[in-house]
Design a protein around this ligand. Sequence first.
Ligand SMILES: Nc1nc(=O)c2c([nH]1)NC[C@@H]1CN(c3ccc(C(=O)N[C@@H](CCC(=O)O)C(=O)O)cc3)C=[N+]21
Length: 305
Amino acid sequence: MTAQMQDAAVIDGRSVADSVVETVKQAAEELKQQTGVIPGIAVVIVGEDPASKVYVASKGKKAKECGFHSVQHTLADSTSEADLLALVEELNDDPQIHGILVQLPLPGHIDDGRVIQAINPQKDVDGFHVINAGKLTTGEVETAFVPCTPAGSTLLIERVRGKDLSGLNAVVVGRSNIVGKPMASLLLAANATVTVAHSRTPDLPAACRNADILVAAVGRPEMIKGDWVKPGATIIDVGINRIAAPERGEGKTRLVGDVAYGECAKVAGAITPVPGGVGPMTIAMLMANTLVSAYRHAGRTPPNF
Ligand SMILES: Nc1nc(=O)c2c([nH]1)NC[C@@H]1CN(c3ccc(C(=O)N[C@@H](CCC(=O)O)C(=O)O)cc3)C=[N+]21
């Protein structure tokens, strides 16, 4: 008789996110009691992309839950870059606002980079400003903001593997400034041996098979297959792709990750689901970064996450 392989443990991002939000909520209350400072976040959305509107609404809801001051600026698709930059300046100068998030992507006539670099790095809770990106790669994280998705993914990896990843191979598939590159920096800081693979990597399946920790952030539905996975690996699926689901009825859709979940779960040791994995952690870490910003502003030491 052959031993039946056990399916991977499911990493419950919603529950870890809830515990982060609980810490944020309590720390926000404490800060308010001690200093009168209420953490404030501004979310800016340009245009009418329906998926973006859903994310922005859930950020606003979570901020309220944390007891934050939360404002949303919804600008028309036709807004000029100059007008958006003027709004960013206004938010940079607003003492009630500790975190600014400009939802990406922006309409084609606006340069994302210019807008991001206009945000005061001390309010850049997305961690996308070059100052924050530079501090992360040089290990100066005490005064930086780490991008929310990689920061949240790191907390999930810690739950499974602990904080010290010495001796483990980590493979990050995807090299974006928002996820792949900062994720690689965080894994390196945790002593993993890190490979960043991408669309030009010659034998991507072989590269993935080396991974004790596999982070998929490519934005291609179910691209990572079961036979790319090292037995026992920890899989973090950053992808959130909406695909057609005719089996649910005409015109229906469902969310899938960058990982072919069913087949990979048969091989992996632990895996994040989509939805309910990295997505909720991203929002929780946005709250954590905003809290940290408010603590720094008040000259207090923020809690650790
Ligand atoms: N400046 C900027 N910062 C961002 O952080 C940012 C952005 N722009 N643009 C868009 C992406 C996307 N994003 C998500 C966050 C949470 C979920 C999330 O919570 N997803 C749920 C499911 C949501 C659903 O059902 O659609 C889950 O995975 O369980 C998804 C996507 C943040 N983004």
